[in-house]
Structures are given as structure tokens and as C-alpha cells.
Design a protein around this ligand. Sequence first.
Ligand SMILES: Cc1cc2nc3c(=O)[nH]c(=O)nc-3n(C[C@H](O)[C@H](O)[C@H](O)COP(=O)(O)O)c2cc1C
Ligand code: SF4
Length: 387
Amino acid sequence: MGMGEFIDQVARSGLSGKGGAGFPSVVKMERFAFQPGQRKCLVVNGSEHEPGSMKDRYLLESHARTVLEGALCLAAKLGASEVWFAVNENSEAAIRSIKHEVEAFNAEQLGAAYVLSDIALHVDRVPDHYIVGEETALLEALEGRTAMPRKRPPFPIESGLFGVPTLVHNVETVAHVPYIVLFGGDHHRTLGDAGKGMTLCTLGDEFVNAGVHLVPLGIPVRELLYGIGKGLRSGERIVAVQPGGPSSGFLTEQDFECSFDHVALAAAGSALGCAAVRAYGEGTDMVRVMVEVASFFEEGSCGQCPQCRMETRMLAAILRQFAAGKGSEKLLQQIPKVIDANVSKGICGLIKMPVAPVLTGLHKFEGEFRKLYGTNAASQRDNKTSG
Ligand SMILES: Cc1cc2nc3c(=O)[nH]c(=O)nc-3n(C[C@H](O)[C@H](O)[C@H](O)COP(=O)(O)O)c2cc1C
Ligand code: SF4
């Protein structure tokens, strides 16, 4: 299969990035293939610090050969001279497993008829911090510097690792490639009940059937929660869900017929993201959940953009005030103002990440916020009366 045929098969498969944004993979691959230069890099992003996501670790631990084959297909067909597997430093088993496959492959190459040994393979540990997963921060980490996102342009496709054209793909995206090559793009796209292909998702520990599952894209969210996930261990009814990690908007029961795919979830104000699914039962304090989400992004910000520092800190601080019973109508009204003043002003996508969960949470759990505010107002009134 030549480069043109390979790109055509990926296009037919409809493969989209599994690292979170869901960008059509073929667009990046094609642009990379036509970049000039002898030295070009493929970086396989296995940093996976997203809370609840385990799919990349699972693939590297249990299907490292598939990940390696996918990377070799991409490198051979798109003209990468180097492949870098960037793995979270805390995923010891994943690092061992991919290293083992790389060594075994290098040994197989000695004396093989069709030699791929001109593709240099590297396995590198990268720090266990959320921002390291952002592709340009990852490149900084691989170059031995502090992982902070780079300003764009230039984009990594033009000037990435060590200043050469670089294609960055998530581990799962890469793992789909051998199957597209083996069975063809059309076949890959029609896998699954809804004919939209398959994706890995991680169901949180709160599910009866927790863990990593290969699921058809396009099934109703309800089917995922109660059919595949078998509901909550606690036996509670599920009242809210984040289907794509902490940056995805909250869905509530009226949204559960929505399809589990990029387009439908985005239309419902949420996202497929990296498909780390968290579900919340009827007894959950949703304001506290929102505090945890906002605090995660506050801690995850690398701090180089003042607007991101300000936005993530203020959102977390306001939500903490509510959780502590010190909310007010004025504080509630500050939230959209903080977002509007900052959101498009960051170097990387992290600055946008708390927006969907905070805004959908405010809208969907408004009653809980008002109750806290109401309680506070009532206690202030009581204090005044008793004073
Ligand atoms: C704050 C932040 C964290 C990210 N973390 C990850 C990650 O852990 N793994 C990942 O594959 N992509 C992550 N991404 C997305 C990457 O920047 C990049 O888009 C992705 O690795 C490209 O691969 P794909 O096209 O196969 O999805 C993150 C992005 C941002 C803004
Ligand atoms: S937007 Fe936030 S996380 Fe991204 S580079 Fe700026 S400060 Fe760092």
C-alpha cells in the first residue's frame, strides 16, 4: 500500500483523534506526509493524566504490539524517520511493555526481508502532570525542558520536536491504524451497531462494570451507562454524567438518549473527549463535584498565561465559596464574567477546559446553587434576627 492509498483508507475509516479534540486524523496525516525534510518525527502521546482515563495505559500494557505496528505503519507510509513513544512516568508496566516490543522488533529486523530499521524507535518517560499531555508541552518534555505549551504558529506539523515536522497522535488513534490497513477503512467505519466505528472508553470505579471497554460510537448514553456499565455499584439512579473527562459538560437524565459520539455530545453541550466516563448518583453533592473539577484545572494550569491563572483560580475560588455555604447571587453572576474576560486568551486549550463543566453545571444544578445561596441568605437573616 502506497502513501496515497494509505491516506485514502484512513479517510474512509473516518478515524478521529482519540486524545480529546476528535480532530479528523487524515487531515493531520496528509499535511505531515507532504512536509519536506529527511528528518521527521511521529510522537505517540501516552501521557494520559486525565482523571479516570486508563485506555492508553491499557493499550500500552496489554496491546503494545498493536501500538507499535500502528506507529510503524504511520512512519513508513507518511515518511517519519523517528518514532517517539512518550509514556507517563508513573505507568511502569506500560513503559516495560512497549520497550519490550520495541526491542523484540529491532531483533526481528536483523535478517528480515522487508526492513524497517531505518525508522529509529524511542521510548521516553514524561512527567505525570496534566499539562504534559498537551502536544507542544509534550515536545518540550521530550526535549528535556519544563513541559509548558508553545505558542503557535509554528504548529508541530511544520516545526515540532527538535524543530522538525512532527505528527503527534494519541496512543489509541495509533492503535486503530493496523486494523484500518488490514481490513480497510470502509470496514473500520461500519464497525459497531450505529456504523460510526468503535472507540475505547473508561468507565469510572463507580460503575458495576468499571474499566476500559471497546464500545460502538453512536450508542445512546443510557445504553452505555446501564447496558455496558450495568449502572452504579451504589445502586443509586444516575442523575448526571460527564462522558468525556473533567472538561466535558454535564449531561443529566433528559440527555441520556443522546448518542455517544463527538457530534451529538457537542450538540448537547458536552464532549466525547478521551471518553473517560464519570457518573453521579442521586445522592451526590454536585456543587462539590464542580469544585473538584475546577480545582483540577486550577492545579493543571502551567501558569504562563495571566488570563489562565486568573480564570482557573477565580472559578475554583467562587465554587469553593458556594460549597462552604458562602455563595451569593453576586458571586453566581461573576462566573460568566470571569469566563468572558479570559477564555480565548490562552496559549493552549486548557483555558477553555473548565468552561463547559462550569456553565452546564450552573445551568443544570441551578437549584442546588440557589439552595446553598438560599441557606446562606436564610442563616444571615437568622443571625441578624438573633443579634
Ligand atoms: C491541557 C491538555 C491536555 C491534553 N492531554 C492529552 C493527553 O493526555 N493525551 C493525549 O493524547 N492528548 C492530550 N491532549 C491533546 C493533545 O494536545 C493532542 O491534540 C493529541 O495528542 C493529538 O492526538 P490525536 O489527534 O490522536 O487525538 C491534551 C490537550 C490539552 C490542551
Ligand atoms: S492556557 Fe493555561 S495551561 Fe495553557 S499555556 Fe496558558 S497558562 Fe499554561
